[in-house]
Design a protein around this ligand. Sequence first.
Ligand code: ZN
Length: 600
Amino acid sequence: GVLADLRLPIEADANLEIITRQSDEALDVLRHDCAHVLAEAAKELWPAIQVTIGPSIEDGFFYDFSKEEPFTPDDLEKLEKRMSEIVARDEAIERQVWDRQQAIDYFKSIGEHYKAEIIEDLPADEPISVYQQGEFIDLCRGPHLASTAQLGDAFKLMKVAGAYWRGDSRNEMLQRIYGTCWRNKKELKAYLHRLEEAEKRDHRRLGKEMDLFHFQEEAAGMPFWHPKGWNLYRTLERYMQGRLDDGGYKEVKTPQLVDRTLWEKSGHWEKFREHMYTTESEERIFALKPMNCPGHVQIYRQRLKSYRDLPLRLAEFGSCHRYEPSGALHGLMRVRAFTQDDAHIFCTEDQITSESQIFCDLLLSIYKDLGFEEVHVKFADRPEVRAGEDAVWDQAEDALMTALKATGLSFTMNPGEGAFYGPKLEFVLRDAIGREWQCGTLQVDFVLPERLDASYVGEDNARHRPVMLHRAILGSFERFIGVLIEHYAGRLPLWLSPVQIVIATITNEADAYAESVAAAMRAAGLRVEMDLRNEKIGYKVREHSLAKVPVIAAIGAREAEEGSLALRRLGDKGQEDVALADAIASLSKEGSLPGSGPGS
Ligand code: ZN
């Protein structure tokens, strides 16, 4: 019965509200309760421990403790066991409102100096509420469950990490125990499975196993691409190039190092300075570009433009650098050097809707080719602090909304989250294990053309400001490749695979045939490697499977005689005997760039 609906005391007078266990709110309360139960268990096992804070977080909770000896994996087990006992005790969880000084004195008297400090820092008018369960009393705003039994058994302690008191490295280092907590065992199991899946798909691990790239300390946050990884990168780049050509984009290239005066004019020096790398030469300060937009405006400005030149779509695979704190770096997902699939569309205000629609169509078609069918959009509208007249914002938001609705995609509003220069759409992909990745963007900008003095001559012969649409589909090549690797768990589609086929011989007698097969496949545009080593075929298959090669062609004396191949697909147990010509025809079709890119 305890797992049915939850009673939540939501007010100081302990009014009870019933919420269902299925609600998001309930999940949050369960997690927060679990943190209290953990703290109670810790106090029981190590009475000298000091408890500090323990909030609910995404997927679970944590609690920060001050304790001399570090927690061991054994300790986590002991804690979990004690937590289950506390749940079984069915302790009532009661809210009380205390006098501030009484609360400070109480926590000091039991040696909880962190708690006393928290209360001392609370605003004077904040009521001091505490929650008691059994002997354990914790300062807390609530709400909480009615009793510990309602927590149930779907929780697990995950790990211990260091955390500074109040997140400040000048303060004492505490021990943070992370846990996860769910409504029932089934949800807990599903969550642990997701974690395991994510671990198996980790692009940093697969990047090593597939020999794609590495990172090292001397260039933190900047990938070293190995031959196979760079092949993957270039294949994606060639594909994108083809799609942009067909989409009427003109590709350009702009300098890496640009004098600070241009960044001052564009506003980046003021707004983005802390993320920019700088260098000095001839007594001038240059910055490595953190984005490509100002450069593209320079190209736009080179010749007088008329309305007939618009829309003008300038694309660049722009290599950018942005400082990120080393602690924030994460494989290819968060880097300091990256290449955006960037483009800027210069257009008239009347063209915003049609250009946005064309862009959304292109983006969806590219995502589909890359294996992503589920796309969600976030619409970020005007922030409080913004440039430009309200009438112009009205027009821009209407234009984007019209384009968005035409795509039929699901979207949510991100109120007030637009850039200060205009509203934006953010495109979020859902991967094979349900995780979301924001990759594409479309931003309307009225400000930069003004700041950098871009104009065109209208039909009326007067000068006008063009609108700039900043847009990206992948976001960055680096991060998108990380997403691709995790989405496919390394089993990339044939057309993206750096090595598409390994020809593995069963016997030395087939060597000459293997050479001729490789030559024929290469001539058909396939990326082929040979494995002529004197090893067992099973050994060869295992090794190339680990490297995620999608097709292995095993050949022995019989295949050489018949002019055939025994094709084995990655992950399949069986193999298929195919005539060489047929194999080349079907593999080269599957292995070439999809859509209307070159080579298709
Ligand atoms: Zn831009």
